[in-house]
Design a protein around this ligand. Structure first.
Ligand code: NAG
Ligand code: NAG
Ligand code: NAG
Length: 477
């Protein structure tokens, strides 16, 4: 050691700045040099994200503190329930899986972490076997690995992980996440306040191209469209008003994305865990969302908790039986059990779905009865009034000219414009029309001379030209 104090200072700064400047530190984007881009593209295909970039980033990389200012100073109770963190993986990359685990361990108070449970959904990659088992033995928090005997899908693998967990709360994460500073306390604090609240963090975006960390918005919440696809929508004014404009308070959300959430362990059991009759993945998030709200719980996005997730443009996995079939089956199950007569909105826009064999749902219907759950109309009225599905309507279907076999078709047009006439296609879409209770102020009006047969949408006037005869026709194909 021939260095003087001063040199030591330089070394110290060098170490610190290396940490700040290593690839991807502070959530920065990793750019791959031109010479390596061919290789990068090859590697991308394995997991459908930039594996080369991910492998360059430290497993414990630093992230920016993306929380609202008001969140940074919040104080949470000392006595919080502890949690098991359940992560299902299938052929996940080493760096993304371990970065998920490190971010949990490094950014959670250890007394709140009961354990991390990794559920291997029948991966084929060698490094996910013994190498992984040996590696996690040295981590500071117990990490348990559970292996599914055969490819079982997210739903059944999560059920297995949950059954093996010991914590008072179960926190589900995906296998390519990064938890940020202070992510856990606000989730657990909310569950401590009300054990029937199921909580989600804000899901930040980790770029699948550069692994840049980008803060998600506290101004969006979860909904769904007629096809029962989960979608993000702006938080409506009524929810801003309920929170008196305080954005650090949890947002009541009609649905959750499904990948990341915490739930009281006993409540998870009481409310019926997952629908084990669903296959692989898809629809389970809406099923759980409807079930929680209709059966007396609530679902919230805790805006002070941020967890990043790698969003991929395509899935690298194949599903036995094909993705479309699986999702149709799962959606059919959730519509049959939870949506009452409103399931017709889904069936009319996805006619193929009524032909799907969805198995036996009697166990889930019994669950709904036993829990004395409210009807779907209550959910639409009280939890999701801004839904695309109208809360009240007389009838749903197409308006067909039986002579010409042509249907009214709004041709995707807007208000006060002509409605079109088109060959009936029976696929819903622009030909699905509802006769509503609610005064939308736009009524179908008689065609004028020059329009020949083509009615227009006009402000409702109550005149004869807007009166139509309704004859009932059966739905579907
Ligand atoms: C990551 O771990 C290494 C090795 O233990 C350590 O030197 C480094 O400071 C850590 N990085 C961060 C951001 O904590
Ligand atoms: C979690 O909390 C329960 C109840 O307080 C306790 O019995 C259990 O030991 C805790 N687990 C861990 C790992 O701290
Ligand atoms: C239309 O027919 C269905 C099935 O036959 C029936 O349940 C429904 O009440 C009818 N609706 C009207 C408006 O007549």
């Amino acid at each position: 050691m021939f260095v003087c104090i001063c040199v030591l200072c330089v070394c110290l700064t060098a170490v610190i700045s290396r940490n700040q400047e290593g690839p991807g530190e502070m959530g920065k984007a990793v750019l791959i040099p031109k010479d390596d881009q061919e290789k990068m593209k090859e590697l991308f295909k394995i997991n459908q994200f930039n594996l080369m970039a991910s492998d360059l980033i430290a497993l414990n990389r630093s992230l920016p503190d993306v929380r609202l200012e008001g969140c940074k100073t919040k104080v949470y109770p000392d006595e919080l329930p502890n949690t098991s963190v359940v992560i299902v993986f299938h052929n996940e990359a080493w760096s993304t899986l371990l970065r998920t685990v490190y971010s949990v361990i490094n950014r959670s108070p250890h007394y709140l972490l009961s354990e991390v449970i990794l559920v291997d959904d029948a991966s084929e990659r060698d490094f996910l076997k013994l190498t992984l088992e040996n590696y996690v033995k040295n981590l500071e928090v117990p990490v348990k690995i559970i292996r599914m005997e055969e490819r079982s899908g997210l739903i059944r693998a999560r059920l297995r992980g949950a059954a093996a967990s010991k914590g008072q709360v179960i926190t589900f994460l995906d296998a390519h996440c990064e938890c940020t500073l202070g992510w856990l306390e606000p989730l657990l604090a909310r569950i401590k306040e009300d054990r029937k609240t199921v909580v989600c963090p804000i899901i930040d975006v980790i770029s699948d191209d550069t692994f840049e960390y980008m803060a998600g918005s506290d101004m969006t919440y979860g909904g769904f469209n007629w096809k029962l696809n989960f979608r993000w929508y702006p938080v409506p004014q009524r929810e801003m008003d309920r929170r008196k404009g305080d954005r650090t308070l949890p947002v009541r959300t009609p649905t959750m994305a499904g990948g990341l959430f915490s739930i009281d362990r006993n409540y998870f059991e009481e409310i019926g865990t997952y629908d084990a009759g669903m296959d692989i993945w898809g629809g389970e998030n809406l099923e759980m969302s409807f079930r929680i709200w209709q059966c007396g719980g609530s679902l919230e996005i805790v805006t002070c908790s941020h967890v990043g997730h790698v969003f991929r443009k395509a899935t690298p996995y194949t599903f036995p039986g094909g993705t479309g079939h699986v999702i149709n089956k799962n959606n059919r199950r959730l519509a049959e059990v939870w949506m009452d007569e409103f399931k017709d909105f889904f069936y009319i826009i996805s006619p193929g779905v009524v032909k799907v064999d969805y198995g036996d749902v009697s166990v889930r219907k019994t669950l709904r009865e036993n829990l004395k759950c409210k009807p779907f109309s209550w959910y639409l009225e009280n939890i999701y009034p801004d839904s695309q599905i109208p809360r009240r309507y007389y009838s749903l279907g197409e308006i067909r000219n039986v002579e010409t076999n042509q249907c009214l078709d709004n041709m995707g047009r807007k208000e006060n414009e002509k409605v079109g006439i088109f060959n009936c296609h029976g696929m819903g879409g622009n030909q699905r029309l509802t006769l509503r209770h609610v005064n939308s102020n736009q009524c179908l009006d008689e065609p004028s001379e020059e329009d020949k047969m083509v009615p227009t949408m006009q402000d409702c006037s109550g005149t004869r030209s807007q009166q139509w005869l309704l004859r009932n026709m059966t739905l579907g194909a």
